[in-house]
Design a protein around this ligand. Structure first.
Ligand SMILES: *[C@@H]1O[C@H](CO)[C@@H](O)[C@H](O)[C@H]1NC(C)=O
Ligand SMILES: *[C@@H]1O[C@H](CO)[C@@H](O)[C@H](O)[C@H]1NC(C)=O
Ligand SMILES: *[C@@H]1O[C@H](CO)[C@@H](O)[C@H](O)[C@H]1NC(C)=O
Ligand SMILES: *[C@@H]1O[C@H](CO)[C@@H](O)[C@H](O)[C@H]1NC(C)=O
Length: 900
């Protein structure tokens, strides 16, 4: 972890020095300024020390996790890194405070006390510098070195850790029944036995503990299959393998007479294996392979002869699984609840004659099993453990109570956590912090993509890749990588397939929470598991029972505070807020707050503030002091007007203010918030629509209460937002007319919500625009002509809603139109009496909703052509329509119909 911390530290030093850059005005200050210079110089020196240390640690770390000297040394470095982080954040805090007072330098520096504070920082940095130098001396004294070729040659006898893979769970169970994996096993056998004479790679992909190794090993027990191959070998390619070792293991298994030694040069070994295999049908399993680069070597060792040889790779990394060609890839998901139960019973009750759950244990068994969340590894581990206990309800109940502790601390279960630690250790530094941060979210609150991204950025976890890439884009990549490594699961996608919410497996979550706690990264408070809010953790997430904890002095050091407990009282929250100092992320969503806690404005390092879904009504002018604020969430609060001072928050990137559809007004010139990427539910005004044109970074804009007079300026402004992907415009009533004369669709627009009457009932020009539009919702448009011909020229559309948008009598969907559309909503089209779907239209439609089409008396023509339709919802439809639909048996067999 130290490395990850250092990375954050380095980026913080860089940003802080950027902010503090000494300019001319400061230079006039004469004597005191030397102090500031001193601080900056020390920072620069410390930065270089850490840069080198970082490089050094990442070289040594991989191989020395077990070396006690190195571990102790690392602990000390970590401690210093923590201290430096505190000093830097304190420095940034003081800078913020200075900026806050008018003509800050005079006021600031002419107070002797203030000078003392700066002096203090300066001398603390001096001390740190000395200690860092001492650390360098120390590592040399104890001989922690890296050799020229990058591998460490620690003098002490390192007992190189054997990294466990899920193969540890291979040994538990000697028999061949694999609960819930029958389907995968069959597919694997097919891949091994098909007639392809070429060497084929077969991959088995799944998260740690999903049973990849078990699946592969089931083949190892099938002699009928093994005997088809002339020779075979199984090796575990876990993280820190030495290629020579692996090759010699392979060679020895293939040919017991072989004389391969791990000392041989690997090119020699590759040659030996290759010539041995050249004329044979072979089967090799590379278990738990991490990176696909090592394949280059194996590829040379395993010749592509024409005897139908096979290589099986098990991995939890998607990119590695892609080595398999064609259909030879097996992705293992979680068990079904039924199979989980079967597996659990098989393990837990193996000593009973029936291997069935005694009635008295059923309740406890269900609770315990729920904790395992259908992960085979966890079920096996815990089931096996329970089988050694008495079959007594009391005992099981107490086991359940201790489960969290059990999972992470009981040696009998330690390999469950080993498997997960292995994944954690393999993470690159920048991802580790991000992944640990995911552990702050409670079980019942999935991780939202956009939130977590902004929190990571606020914490300084996301690397700066220059001006062409926004931190948001970098963070998206992190998220993708965590998903590809099977560490987090996508649990919800939007209508066009983009991941929206994520979840950690419970077992994974508990383990990373323990790790977080040990490393003082974060503490999760879940009553009654945690009874004290520990003193040193840098992040706190309160899930339940917050009221019982006492905010303490240590909270000055907190960087993130996330409150998920909706019951804590307002005074408690205010006390907590007053105890923060260096906080960067504050989330009080859903809390009982009614007023904006004033202490918040003293948190000069705050980057992320979420007060949405509280009853807060007013934001004070002093909010202007939060100069670093990047994200401000005020959705579903009672704030209907922001103070003009909001426009002084020039770091703002994401601003959410909404009172439902009404929007919030923002007086002042919004055009100065040049970094804004998100502006949601803001009320239109003449000034606002004009000034919006300066916000050229906007990706998301939602504007309400637009009136006829605003249209021209609004469209002109929007034309300047080249990066806009989501646009929502609504008028202040159904009858407000919008002229579209100046409107041009932004090039990358993906989502467009347009609520308002369109001038003369004519739709905007479509042809050649809207190439990327995926979601379109039009309300109140009052179109007089069938708009489908125009809309059908939006090639990417997956979601279309027309609500009171068309006054005509007929709609026809023609052959070839809307090939990607998956959801269609037709609502309150008052005059519509004929709806026709041609064969070949909307070939992908899965969901159709028809609501309050009071003149559509008959079942639409051509409904039967919608071959992929799964769900039809009809609400407030005329009787003739409903009877027609419910009378069509063939249709009902295919499509789920819901009539309201
Ligand atoms: C530093 O100076 C400011 C501005 O005059 C003053 O308000 C503040 O109290 C001083 N800080 C300390 C620690 O004395
Ligand atoms: C310097 O700061 C440290 C930590 O904040 C504090 O413990 C110490 O008393 C301060 N020293 C002076 C002289 O202000
Ligand atoms: C892949 O497998 C599927 C179903 O098992 C089969 O329908 C398809 O034809 C296969 N594709 C190839 C390229 O073998
Ligand atoms: C919307 O704007 C109109 C003027 O165009 C105004 O009369 C009305 O009060 C506004 N509605 C809200 C909710 O602010």
């Amino acid at each position: 972890m130290a490395e990850a911390l250092i990375l954050v530290l380095l980026s913080k030093i860089a940003t802080t020095m950027g902010k503090a850059a000494l300019d001319g005005t400061k230079l006039q200050l004469g004597k005191e300024i030397t102090l500031l210079f001193q601080v900056e110089n020390s920072l620069k020196e410390i930065e270089s020390e850490f840069e080198i240390m970082q490089a050094y640690i990442s070289q040594v770390c991989l191989q020395s996790r077990n070396n006690q000297i190195f571990i102790s040394w690392l602990k000390l470095v970590r401690k210093i890194a923590f201290e430096v982080e505190d000093i830097i954040d304190e420095y940034a805090f003081l800078l913020g405070k200075m900026d806050d007072t008018e003509s800050f330098l005079k006021k600031a520096f002419h107070h002797s006390k203030n000078i003392t504070t700066w002096r203090n920082i300066s001398s603390q940095l001096q001390l740190v510098k000395i200690r860092l130098q001492h650390m360098t001396v120390m590592k040399e004294r104890y001989g922690i070195k890296i050799s020229a070729n990058g591998k460490n040659t620690v003098i002490n006898n390192i007992n190189r850790q054997i990294y466990p893979s899920d193969s540890s769970y291979l040994n538990i169970d000697g028999d061949d029944a694999i609960v819930g994996q029958e389907g995968y096993a069959q597919k694997l056998i097919n891949c091994l036995n098909d007639n392809d004479v070429n060497r084929a790679i077969i991959s088995i992909l799944g998260m740690g503990g999903s049973g990849k190794t078990t699946l592969a090993s089931s083949i190892w027990r099938r002699h009928d299959i093994l005997n088809n191959f002339k020779c075979h070998a199984w090796v575990s390619v876990s993280q820190n393998y030495q290629i020579e070792n692996i090759l010699s293991k392979i060679m020895n298994q293939l040919d017991s007479k072989s004389t391969g030694h791990a000392t041989d040069d690997h090119n020699v070994m590759v040659g030996k294996i290759r010539s041995y295999l050249m004329d044979k049908k072979y089967l090799i399993v590379l278990d738990n392979m991490w990176d696909k680069d090592s394949w280059l070597l194996f590829d040379r060792a395993f010749p592509n002869n024409v005897f139908g040889s096979r290589v099986i790779i098990t991995t939890q990394i998607e990119g590695t699984a892609l080595l398999a060609q064609g259909n030879n890839s097996i992705r293992i998901g979680f068990l079904s609840p039924d199979d989980s139960w079967k597996l659990f019973c098989k393990k837990a009750f193996s000593k009973l004659t029936e291997a069935a759950c005694p009635a008295c244990l059923k309740t406890q068994a269900d609770r315990i099993l729920a904790k395992c969340q259908n992960l085979p590894l966890a079920i096996e581990a815990i089931g096996s453990l329970l089988s050694c206990r008495g079959m007594d309800e009391q005992e099981w109940a107490s086991f359940y109570d201790q489960l969290n502790w059990q999972v992470t601390s009981n040696p009998e279960l330690s390999w469950v956590s080993d498997v997960i630690h292995l994944s954690l250790n393999d993470l690159p530094n920048h991802l580790r912090n991000c992944f640990l941060y995911c552990g702050l979210f409670p079980e019942d609150s999935p991780i939202r993509r956009k939130w977590i991204i902004r929190m990571w950025i606020a914490e300084g976890f996301v690397e700066d890749r220059g001006t062409d890439t926004t931190p948001e884009e970098v963070a998206e990549e992190y998220l993708k990588e965590l998903t590809q490594r099977s560490l987090i699961e996508v649990i919800e996608r939007n209508v066009f397939g983009r991941a929206r919410r994520f979840e950690l497996h419970n077992m994974v979550k508990e383990i990373i929470r323990t790790t977080s706690r040990k490393q003082l990264f974060a503490l999760t408070c879940e009553h009654p598991d945690v009874t004290s809010l520990g003193d040193a953790a840098r992040r706190v997430s309160v899930h339940t029972g917050g009221q019982d904890f006492q905010p303490g002095a240590a909270w000055q050091q907190l960087r993130s505070f996330l409150l998920f407990d909706r019951c804590v009282t307002v005074p408690w929250i205010c006390t907590a807020v007053s105890s923060f100092r260096l906080l960067r992320v504050l989330c009080l969503r859903y809390s009982l707050l009614q007023e904006f806690p004033n202490a918040i404005v003293g948190l000069f390092n705050l980057y992320y503030l979420d007060l949405s879904r509280t009853k807060v009504k007013r934001i004070p002018k002093s909010v202007a002091r939060l100069k670093n604020l990047q994200t401000l969430h005020l959705r579903d609060t009672s704030v209907n007007k922001l103070p003009c001072e909001i426009t002084q928050l020039t770091s703002l990137r994401h601003l959410f203010v909404s009172k439902g559809l009404y929007g919030t007004s923002i007086p002042g010139n919004i055009g100065v918030l040049k970094c804004l990427q998100t502006l949601r539910e803001v009320k239109a005004s003449k000034d606002l629509v004009e000034n919006l044109g300066h916000l050229t970074q906007l990706r998301t804009l939602s504007i309400t209460n637009v009136s006829t007079g605003h249209a021209k300026d609004l469209w002109t402004s929007i034309r300047k937002m080249a990066k806009l992907t989501r646009l929502a415009v609504s008028t202040h009533g159904m009858n407000e007319v919008l002229s579209l004369e100046k409107f041009r669709a932004p090039r990358y627009l993906q989502k467009f919500y347009l609520y308002g009457r369109l001038a003369e009932g004519v739709i905007f020009p479509v042809s050649g625009h809207f190439q990327n539009l995926k979601i379109l919702s039009m309300r109140w448009s009052g179109l007089t002509q069938d708009p489908l011909g125009s809309l059908s020229q939006m090639p990417s559309l997956v979601y279309l809603e027309l609500c009171e948008a068309y006054d005509g009598e007929a709609l026809v969907f023609q052959d070839g139109w809307f090939p990607k559309l998956r959801q269609l909503y037709l609502i309150r089209l008052q005059n519509l009496n004929s709806l026709e779907i041609s064969d070949g239209a909307m070939t992908n439609l899965a969901y159709l909703e028809l609501r309050a089409l009071k003149n559509l008396k008959a079942v639409p023509k051509g409904l039967e052509f919608l071959q992929l339709l799964k769900h039809l919802r009809a609400e407030k439809m005329p009787g003739g329509f409903t009877d027609g639909i419910t009378g069509d048996q063939a249709f009902l067999e295919r499509v789920e119909v819901e009539c309201w």
